[in-house]
Design a protein around this ligand. Structure first.
Ligand code: 2HG
Ligand code: ZN
Length: 476
C-alpha cells in the first residue's frame, strides 16, 4: 500500500494541465455524486474527480498519480452493487472517471466486432451493434448508465448468460492503462491468438485493481429475427425448474433468458414503479420470465413457446401465462423484471446476496436459505429473484416492516454469513456477478484462501507494486 497523503495543490495543478478545466472537478458539490454508491452503503470523499478526454490523457493522469504515490479509483457509470467504485473516506484517493472516453472507434459487420471506448454506455454499445445488424448479447438492468469499462472490469453477467456467457466471453481485445501510466494496446480482434498468457482476461473481473480499461473489442452475434417472451405464474422454484428443463429439452439453443421472480418482489414493482402492470389475472407465489430468440427468420418460436406452455398448464406446472404479442408488451414484461432493484430500494433497506448454485439446486437453495434467514430474523421479507437459467439468484432480504433501516443494515454480515453457509452446502459462489468491491473482500480468505488468494496477491503485487489502483477493493 502506498504511504498516502491528501493530494497536493501542485498535483491538482499538474492534472489540470493535462485534462483542462472541464476535465477536473474539485468543488465538493461537483464531486459529491461520484463519492457515493448507488445503494448508498458507502460515502467516501475525494479532492478531485479527473475526467480525461482520451487514453493518452488518462495515461498521463495515472503517471502523475503514480509518481506522487496518490491512489486512484477508476469509475464508470457508478452502478456497482458492492461499492466497487467509491473512494476511501479520508480524501486521499482521486477518482478517474471514464465518462468522456465515449467514442465508438469501429464497427465491423464482417468480423462481427465492435471497438468502443470505456465510457460508452452498455446501451449505446448495444445500439451501435444493432444499427449494423448485429447483437451485443449482454443485458443488465443498469445498462442505460453502466459503462463498458466498468462492465468489463466487473465481468458483468446479466440476463443472457444462460445463452451467451458473461462479459468475459465477449472480449476479444483490450486497451488498458497500467498502474505506472503505461498504455497496453491489446486491441486485437482475432478469434484465434494463442500467444502466451491471456492478459486481457486478467483485467476483466479485476475491478480496476490492476489497471484501467480504456477501450475494448467486443465480439458480436447475429441479431435475432424472432423473439418470443412470456410471463408465467408458478407456485414455486421447483415448478420453475421443471419448466426450464422442458424448454431445454425442446430447444435449449433458443433460450436467451430464464428469469425467476417472487410474488413479494413483484408486488414491490407494482407498488413503486409507475406504469408497471401485471399481465395476469391473479398474483402468484413466483413468476418466470422466459425469452426465446433466434437469428433464423420464421422459425416458429411463438408456436413453440405456446406449445410448451400449454402442456405445462395442463400438467399443473404453470398456473397462468401471458405471451407478449408486440414489442411494447415484450418491453412491459421485461420492465417488471428489470425494475426489481429500484422497487426494492424504494421499499426500504435491503441486504443483497448475489449468489450462484448449480441450476438444479436453485429450488433447494431458496428453500433452505429462506428458512435460515427467517430463523435469524423473524419478520424479514425475502425477495429472491434473478437469473435462474444460469443459477445466479439475487437472494435479497428486505427489512422487516417495522424495523429501522440502520439497525437492519448493521446485521448484514450475520445475514450474508447465514446465506453463504447454504451456498457453500450446494457448492455455489458467494458472488456470482456483482463482484467483490468494498463489500466482500472480508469473505475472500474463507472462500478463496490458500493458493488461490496467494496467487491473486502475487499478481496484484507484480502489476501494481505501489498499490495505487483501487485500494481496498477485491483483496482483503
Ligand atoms: C439484476 O439482476 C441486477 O437486476 C441487480 O443484478 C440485482 O438488485 C439486485 O440485487
Ligand atoms: Zn443480476
Amino acid at each position: 500500500m502506498p504511504d498516502t497523503a491528501v493530494p497536493t495543490v501542485s498535483l491538482l495543478d499538474s492534472l489540470r494541465a493535462v485534462v483542462g478545466d472541464r476535465g477536473l472537478l474539485t468543488d465538493a458539490t461537483d464531486t459529491a455524486p461520484y463519492t457515493q454508491d448507488w445503494r448508498r452503503l458507502y460515502k467516501g470523499s475525494t479532492q478531485a474527480v479527473v475526467r480525461p478526454g482520451s487514453t493518452a490523457e488518462l495515461a498521463e493522469v495515472v503517471r502523475l498519480c503514480a509518481a506522487s504515490g496518490t491512489p486512484v479509483v477508476p469509475q464508470g457509470g457508478n452502478t456497482s452493487m458492492v461499492g466497487g467504485a467509491v473512494p476511501a473516506e479520508d480524501g486521499t484517493e482521486i477518482i478517474i472517471s471514464t465518462a468522456r472516453l465515449n467514442r465508438i472507434r469501429d464497427m465491423d459487420p464482417a468480423d462481427m466486432t465492435l471497438t468502443v471506448e470505456a465510457g460508452v454506455t452498455l446501451k449505446a454499445a448495444q445500439t451501435a451493434a444493432a444499427d449494423a445488424g448485429c447483437l451485443l448479447p449482454l443485458s443488465i438492468s443498469s445498462e442505460g448508465s453502466a459503462q463498458i469499462g466498468g462492465v468489463l472490469a466487473v465481468n458483468a453477467g446479466g440476463n443472457n448468460t444462460v445463452r451467451y456467457g458473461n462479459a468475459r466471453d465477449m472480449v476479444l481485445g483490450l486497451e488498458v492503462v497500467l498502474p505506472d501510466g503505461t498504455v497496453w494496446n491489446g486491441l486485437r480482434r482475432l478469434r484465434k491468438d494463442n500467444t502466451g498468457y491471456c492478459l486481457r482476461q486478467l483485467f476483466v473481473g479485476a475491478e480496476g485493481t490492476l489497471g484501467i480499461i480504456t477501450a475494448a473489442v467486443l465480439k458480436l452475434v447475429p441479431q435475432p429475427k424472432e423473439i418470443a417472451v412470456a410471463l408465467c405464474a408458478v407456485d414455486g422454484p421447483e415448478a420453475a425448474l421443471t419448466l426450464f428443463t422442458r424448454f431445454q429439452a425442446h430447444d435449449a439453443a433458443s433460450i436467451s433468458a430464464f428469469e425467476l421472480m417472487s410474488g413479494l418482489g413483484m408486488s414491490f414493482v407494482l407498488k413503486h414503479i409507475p406504469g408497471a402492470v401485471l399481465p395476469l389475472a391473479e398474483p402468484a407465489p413466483f413468476y418466470v420470465l422466459v425469452e426465446l430468440a433466434t437469428p433464423r427468420p420464421q422459425a416458429g418460436l411463438r408456436d413453440m413457446l405456446e406449445q410448451v406452455l400449454e402442456q405445462a398448464l395442463e400438467d399443473g406446472i404453470v398456473l397462468d401465462a401471458a405471451i407478449a404479442e408486440s414489442d411494447a408488451q415484450r418491453a412491459a414484461i421485461w420492465k417488471l423484471r428489470e425494475e426489481h432493484s429500484e422497487a426494492q430500494k424504494r421499499e426500504g433497506a435491503s441486504v443483497k446476496n448475489d449468489v450462484s448454485v448449480p441450476v438444479s439446486k436453485v429450488p433447494a437453495f431458496i428453500r433452505e436459505a429462506t428458512a435460515a434467514c427467517e430463523a435469524l430474523m423473524p419478520g424479514v421479507r425475502m425477495v429472491p429473484f434473478g437469473h435462474m437459467g444460469d443459477g445466479n439468484i439475487h437472494f435479497n432480504l428486505e427489512q422487516p416492516v417495522a424495523a429501522e433501516a440502520a439497525w437492519f443494515l448493521a446485521q448484514d454480515h450475520a445475514i450474508m454469513d447465514a446465506v453463504n453457509a447454504v451456498v457453500r452446502k450446494f457448492d455455489g459462489s458467494f458472488s456470482a456477478e456483482h463482484g467483490i468491491g468494498k463489500l466482500k473482500p472480508y469473505m475472500m480468505p474463507d472462500w478463496r484462501g490458500g493458493a488461490e488468494l496467494a496467487l491473486m496477491q502475487r499478481i496484484k503485487a507484480a502489476i501494481d507494486p505501489v498499490g495505487i489502483m483501487n485500494p481496498g477493493k477485491v483483496l482483503p
